[in-house]
Design a protein. Structure first.
Length: 104
């Protein structure tokens, strides 16, 4: 499955739009990451545990977007965008969305 933040797929023609597709995940942090984050906040720098957690959550959300597009028999997803929101203290949602299309 091809997916892109651009509105087109280079070298391919969009034949048909089959609709909006989404993928999301709500990810909660855990005590181990919180302890390391607390220590890191004292000295500064990247909190790698949270970076890894968000990378994993993004990959899960993309996987769900692709599955949603496959269910619509799409060849690609264009114009994908990401958004995040806080669901409750200690957890957040990553949502990815785009337009599923069929290509020539």
């Amino acid at each position: 499955m091809i997916y892109s933040t651009t509105e087109t797929i280079h070298g391919r023609e969009i034949r048909e739009s089959v609709g909006v597709v989404t993928g999301n995940v709500v990810q909660a942090k855990h005590i181990g990451r919180d302890i390391m984050a607390g220590l890191k906040s004292i000295v500064g720098g990247e909190i790698r545990g949270y970076t890894e957690m968000l990378n994993e959550a993004r990959d899960i959300a993309i996987g769900r977007l692709v599955e949603n597009a496959k269910q619509k028999n799409a060849d690609a997803v264009v114009g994908i965008r990401f958004t995040t929101s806080s669901i409750m203290d200690g957890s957040s949602e990553i949502l990815v969305f785009g337009t599923a299309v069929k290509l020539r």
